[in-house]
Design a protein around this ligand. Structure first.
Ligand code: PLP
Length: 348
C-alpha cells in the first residue's frame, strides 16, 4: 500500500562530488561566529557541558515562549524522532503520517512494533488533514506531520494545520517536525509552537542542521508538554549526546540573524534558478518552500543516480505514487549549474 521508497546513493563515489545536493544541507554554514565559538569551547572539553546546555535551554525557552522544562535537547532532531518513536511505540500502536514523508520516526516506530498508517498528500501537495483526523482511532499513538514536508518540500496551510493540531491533540499527541520551517515563505510565523504554550499535547522538533548550517555539529531540540518531555527523559536522558562545542556554536548562531537572513535569501535564489530550469525543460515539480525541490524523472532511480554521481553531482532518487523522482538540494549557484549541466547531458 505504501509506495514510498528511497534509493541510496552508490557508495564510493561521494568523496569526489563537486555538487553536494543530496542531504538538504546549507552550503553557507556554519556561521563563522559559531565556528569560532565551537573552537574556543574545545578547551573546556574535560567537563560535562551541563551549564552551557542549561543556558541554551533557557534561551530557547524564552524564544519559544515556554518553560525550560518543556524543552528537550538532542544531537540533531534525528535523535528526537528516534527517541520519541522508541518511547511511544514500546507497546505497538499506529503512527499516522503523510505518504510520502520523512521516514525516521516512522521507521523506528515500526522497528519496535508500531504500524504505519499513511495518507497520500493531496493534489496540491498539502497534508490530507481531514482524512488524517478521521483516521485517528483507539490504535493511534501519534500523528506525525512534517511541515514543510520532506521529500516533497511542500507546506501545509498553517491555519488549517493549527485547527487540526488543536482538535486531534485532544485525542492523541501530534508531532510536528519543523526542520525546514525557517526556510518557508512565512518562516517561523507558521510554526505550531504556540500550541505548546496553550497546553496542547503537541510536540515541535527543530534543528540547527538546516538554516543554521550546522548539520555536522549535531544539535536540535523538542518543545512539548512537560509530562511528555519527562517521559522521554526518564528513559533516554536528553541532551547527553550533544558536545559542549556544538552547544556553544548553537548558542552563538541564535544571536546571528544576519547569517540566517543571508542563507534564506541565497537559498531562495537557487530555488528560483532551479525552478526556472525545470520549467523550461518541461519537468513536473512539486511546490517547494524549502532548500530542496523534487521533480519527476523518466528514468529508474538507481540508474539515474549511477549516471548523475558519475558526473560528480550528488542528489537523491525516490519512487512513490508509481513515479520516479529526483530530489535536489539547493547548493551554491555554482553547484546548481553543475546540476543543470549534468541533467542536460543525462536527458539530452
Ligand atoms: N526532519 C526532517 C524533515 C529532515 O529532513 C531531517 C534531515 O534531513 C531531519 C529531521 C534530521 O535532521 P537532524 O538530525 O540533522 O536535525
Amino acid at each position: 500500500k505504501n509506495t514510498f521508497n528511497e534509493f541510496t546513493p552508490p557508495v564510493g563515489l561521494e568523496p569526489e562530488l563537486k555538487a553536494i545536493l543530496r542531504a538538504n544541507e546549507n552550503p553557507y554554514g556554519p556561521p563563522p561566529l559559531a565556528a569560532k565559538a565551537f573552537q574556543d569551547e574545545v578547551f573546556s572539553g574535560n567537563r560535562y557541558a551541563w551549564k552551557t546546555l542549561n543556558n541554551l535551554i533557557n534561551i530557547l525557552a524564552e524564544k519559544e515562549n515556554v518553560k525550560p522544562e518543556q524543552i528537550l535537547m538532542a544531537p540533531g532532531s534525528s535523535d528526537i524522532l528516534e527517541k520519541v518513536a522508541m518511547v511511544l511505540f514500546q507497546k505497538g500502536g499506529d503512527v499516522i503520517s503523510a505518504d510520502p514523508s520523512y521516514m525516521s520516526l516512522i521507521n523506528v516506530s515500526k522497528s519496535v512494533g508500531g504500524q504505519w498508517k499513511s495518507y497520500k498528500l493531496l493534489s496540491d501537495s498539502q497534508h490530507d488533514l481531514d482524512a488524517m483526523a478521521a483516521g485517528v482511532d483507539e490504535n493511534t499513538k501519534l500523528v506525525y506531520i512534517c511541515n514543510p514536508n520532506n521529500p516533497t518540500g511542500s507546506i501545509t496551510n498553517a491555519k488549517k494545520l493549527k485547527e487540526f493540531c488543536s482538535k486531534v491533540s485532544e485525542k492523541v499527541p501530534v508531532f510536528v517536525d519543523e526542520a525546514y520551517i525557517e526556510l518557508s515563505d512565512n518562516g517561523i510565523k507558521d510554526s505550531m509552537v504556540s500550541l505548546v504554550s496553550e497546553g496542547k499535547d503537541v510536540m515541535i522538533a527543530r534543528t540547527f542542521s538546516k538554516i543554521h548550517g550546522m548539520a555536522g555539529l549535531r544539535i536540535g531540540y523538542l518543545v512539548g508538554k512537560e509530562e511528555t518531555i519527562n517521559k522521554i527523559n526518564e528513559i533516554t536522558r536528553g541532551g547527553m549526546g550533544i558536545t559542549g562545542p556544538s552547544i556553544m556554536a548553537a548558542t552563538t548562531s541564535l544571536q546571528n540573524d544576519d547569517f540566517l537572513n543571508m542563507s534564506k535569501t541565497k537559498i531562495a535564489e537557487a530555488r528560483a534558478y532551479t525552478k526556472d530550469y525545470l520549467t523550461k525543460k518541461g519537468y513536473k515539480f512539486l511546490p517547494s518552500q524549502t532548500n530542496f525541490i523534487i521533480f519527476e524523472i523518466d528514468m529508474e532511480g538507481k540508474e539515474f543516480l549511477k549516471q548523475i554521481y558519475s558526473k560528480q553531482v550528488g542528489v537523491r532518487a525516490f519512487k512513490f505514487w508509481d513515479k520516479n523522482w529526483c530530489r535536489v538540494s539547493m547548493g551554491t549557484m555554482e553547484e546548481m549549474k553543475l546540476f543543470t549541466a549534468a541533467m542536460d547531458e543525462i536527458f539530452a
